[in-house]
Design a protein around this ligand. Structure first.
Ligand SMILES: CC(=O)SCCNC(=O)CCNC(=O)[C@H](O)C(C)(C)COP(=O)(O)OP(=O)(O)OC[C@H]1O[C@@H](n2cnc3c(N)ncnc32)[C@H](O)[C@@H]1OP(=O)(O)O
Ligand SMILES: CC(=O)C(=O)O
Length: 536
């Protein structure tokens, strides 16, 4: 297959922010633009200057902040009906953004012209022509986004083609076919892209510059972007993690590796492709949305092997259950431990703890059996890897006894003078540390908080490092809800020491007992890793 460059046009900062629940500060936008530039996308659409103060401010900030290789683009509609482009105040901030490139979207679908714009078909053609010609006369380069291109073409192909021709004649350089409503099928995208390619050739373009902008309302945004590329598009518009209006835009974290690794196109420099997973996660961090663990290519589970049969085969040859090497896009293989595991899972997983086991070792089978027994009563080790490591070390006789919780009591009291509306908790904990028994008591605004404080109080003088461990997540799952308040409960707790995170699980038919088990193991695991890292 011949190598061909596909230009990536990122619209995370514009269409991405049209996703419900996603909002970026100017600082966030600058950080994302900088990261995308370093990964090597060709265009970064920064927003619609003038539509809101933030986008105007972003373009002002970017005038002092030169990108290394990406072209920053400002986005806007065609001028309003009945006013010339040079007199339309909407275009003033667009020019003030001082970008070399401007993307103008115009109407391709007659229905939108008549019902949306409430103007005539001829005036819409004039709006496209006039806007592009005016901005070009101001020394700008133009990308034309043909909004509702595919729907427009299907309803009235003759008129849709006239809108594109108006943009072509006025001097636009790129013609971006938008599946704005996201309902077009890949075969239609392919066939209509081919029609556009032929039309542009007929109008005198030697190498038509077609872009594709797809939405995911039918779950086909990526497939449609790829279909268009196969029939002539050389620019793909999309967003990191597929953020965008309604169901989102074409996910560039899926489009790029498919085009580059499967189809032989070059979208970003091959040496930078391994930044993709990091970019996906950094952007999700900046936009403050949990990353999708099951996202193709870049998700944390994209190369996680759980079934024993899979793990056994992947150990022999990763090609058996992996479509690409995870490292090529900066991801990595993970082995998940659960009741679906076989001995191969155990061997692979304990390797990550620095432990070498063979299938023949009796401890290996013992660990597998114990895992399955505990999962049967409600544990789930795939989300509690620290508890699994403690189980492994127990089986190998290598689990240091930092402390033992001998007993605890938790009380909930109502106290009208208390700041949180009167409900307060107190806990007492009896702990054995270095052959001595210690009894401590503490208060908290909930029973788990009180227990946590009491436990730390008992341990802090022996292990001062626990002051750096803190809870980052606490999840409760009722496992047999038909048993009502007698139900078995699984508690998962995530801890952090600011450098790394670890998770533990506790299961019991008493939620406080389950929490105490998970808390105790979390502190124990933190101490174990502190010892290990100090040794290193
Ligand atoms: C497919 C897309 O994603 S396009 C991008 C969509 N993104 C956004 O809308 C986010 C930014 N938008 C905004 O901040 C505001 O909508 C603004 C500032 C652009 C306009 O705000 P308002 O002037 O209050 O208009 P409002 O949002 O109510 O209506 C849209 C107007 O744009 C007009 N319009 C829509 N598309 C076009 C077009 N391609 N060319 C010219 N005018 C258009 C509509 O006819 C309507 O005009 P009217 O107010 O004269 O009836
Ligand atoms: C331009 C654009 O965002 C769309 O048509 O979806």
């Amino acid at each position: 297959m011949e190598n061909q460059n596909i230009l990536i046009y990122d619209t995370t900062l514009r269409d991405g922010t049209q996703r419900e629940g996603l909002s970026l500060s100017v600082e966030d936008k600058v950080r994302i633009a900088d990261r995308l530039d370093r990964m090597g996308v060709a265009f970064i659409e920064g927003g619609w200057a003038g539509a809101n103060p933030k986008d105007g401010e972003f373009f002002r900030r970017m005038q002092e902040y030169r990108l290394s290789s990406a072209e920053l683009v400002v986005f806007c509609s065609t001028r309003r009906a009945g006013i010339s482009a040079k007199d339309d105040p909407m275009l003033v901030p667009i020019l003030a953004a001082e970008t070399k490139w401007i993307t103008i979207f115009g109407k391709s679908w007659d229905l939108h012209v008549i019902e949306g714009l409430r103007t005539t078909l001829e005036e819409n053609l004039e709006m496209i022509r006039d806007t592009i010609a005016y901005l070009k006369s101001c020394d700008r380069r133009l990308i034309y986004d043909a909004e509702h291109w595919f729907d427009g073409y299907k309803h009235n192909p003759n008129y849709a083609i006239q809108t594109l021709k108006a943009a072509f004649k006025a001097g636009a350089e790129w013609f971006v076919l938008c599946d704005t409503n996201g309902g077009t099928m890949p075969d239609e995208v392919a066939q209509i892209t081919e029609v556009v390619y032929d039309s542009l050739r007929q109008w005198g373009s030697n190498s038509p510059q077609i872009g594709i902008h797809t939405h995911n309302d039918a779950g086909l945004a990526v497939a449609n972007a790829i279909a268009s590329v196969q029939y002539g598009a050389t620019m793909v518009q999309g967003t990191i993690n597929g953020y965008g209006e309604r169901c989102g835009n074409a996910n560039l974290c899926t489009v790029i590796p498919n085009l580059q690794l499967k189809m032989g196109y070059e979208c970003i420099a091959p040496a930078k492709l391994s930044q993709l997973t990091e970019v996906s996660r950094q952007v999700s961090e900046i936009v403050n949305l949990a990353p999708d663990d099951h996202a193709p290519f870049v998700g944390a589970s994209a190369f996680a092997h759980k079934g024993g049969i899979h793990v056994s085969a992947v150990q022999r040859n990763p090609l058996t259950y992996e479509h690409i090497t995870p490292e090529s896009i900066g991801n990595h293989r993970r082995i998940v431990i659960s009741e679906q595991a076989g001995l191969s899972n155990v061997i692979s997983k304990v390797e990550t703890f620095g432990i070498c086991l063979r299938k023949e070792d009796p401890a290996c089978r013992q660990i597998l059996q114990k895992t399955k027994e505990l999962e049967q009563i409600g544990y789930q080790f795939e989300s509690a890897e620290a508890s699994f490591e403690l189980l492994v070390r127990e089986a190998l006789g290598d689990r240091p006894k930092f402390f033992t919780i001998s007993s605890f009591h938790v009380y909930c009291t109502t106290d009208a003078t208390h700041i949180d509306g009167g409900v307060n908790s107190q806990a007492t904990v009896k702990v054995m540390v270095k052959d001595e028994e210690h009894l401590t008591a503490a208060e908290g605004n909930g029973p788990v908080a009180a227990l946590d404080v009491a436990l730390r109080k008992a341990l802090i003088s022996f292990y001062p490092e626990i002051a750096n461990f803190y809870l980052t997540d606490y999840k409760v799952r009722i496992l047999n809800s038909d048993s009502g308040t007698q139900a078995t409960t699984r508690v998962l707790i995530e801890f952090s020491n600011g450098k790394r995170r670890w998770s533990t699980a506790g299961v019991s038919n008493n939620i406080i007992d389950a929490s105490c088990k998970a808390l105790g193991e979390g502190i124990e695991y933190g101490l174990l890793s502190a010892v290990r890292y100090t040794k290193v």
